[in-house]
Design a protein around this ligand. Structure first.
Ligand SMILES: C[S@@+](CC[C@H](N)C(=O)[O-])C[C@H]1O[C@@H](n2cnc3c(N)ncnc32)[C@H](O)[C@@H]1O
Length: 190
């Protein structure tokens, strides 16, 4: 099991906003070890964890994290980006989607945004809280967001105390360049 630096930063954002999470329905996509989802659940949110339906070891990681953190009742579902599956159709209304380091492979961006677009169409006021690691200056997510009628705002790391190499006793952020943004349906579409 490996936690990516982005997960620690997103978990810090959730902790910073913990008083607003109680009772919110939150889906984490590409969850892996699920640190952000686990923190949200501990703060009182109704959390659903998901990872690719084709990567059973990643779904197993979600399950293990829940068990290790005394959260045996969190639903875990297989959601593969770009697929409109029965599991995607069965999701309840959502308030927030969490996505830590899911924008790492530019060739997958369209698939990921297909899933995001479907979810924001069904939940027009949902926000996607995402952290991503800047690995290349060349791939622009923002141009794709525009194409999918989505907008984003960048959240400075210093605004929630995440502009440090060590966070919550974790050295994972280190010198990685991690950024955070909130994606939602473009205002002219609402
Ligand atoms: C870089 S890891 C990030 C894991 C976790 N969110 C974190 O930050 O620690 C990317 C995650 O995306 C998942 N993933 C990759 N391709 C996917 C796909 N096509 N559909 C859904 N999930 C996928 C992987 O299984 C993995 O858990």
């Amino acid at each position: 099991m490996y936690i990516w630096p982005c997960a620690v930063v997103l978990a810090q954002y959730l902790w910073h906003h913990r008083r607003n999470l109680t009772g919110k329905t939150i889906l984490e996509i590409g969850a892996g070890v699920s640190l952000p989802g686990i923190v949200a659940a501990k703060c009182g949110a109704k959390v659903i964890l998901s990872d690719s339906s084709e990567l059973t070891h990643c779904l197993e990681n979600c399950l293990q994290s829940c068990q290790m953190n005394d959260l045996p009742n969190i639903p875990i579902t297989g959601l593969t980006w770009g697929q409109i599956s029965p599991e995607l159709l069965a999701l309840p209304p959502l308030d927030i989607i969490l996505a830590s380091d899911v924008f790492f492979e530019p060739e997958d961006f369209e698939d990921t945004l297909t899933t995001v677009y479907y979810l924001v169409q069904r939940n027009p006021h949902v926000q996607l809280w995402t952290t991503y690691q800047v690995r290349s200056a060349e791939c622009s997510l923002e141009a794709l967001l525009y194409k999918w009628e989505l907008q984003c705002i960048h959240i400075p790391l210093e605004s929630f105390g995440a502009d440090r190499e060590h966070l919550a006793e974790s050295a994972l952020p280190g010198r990685h360049t991690v950024e955070m943004m909130i994606i939602s349906l473009a205002k002219n579409v609402l």
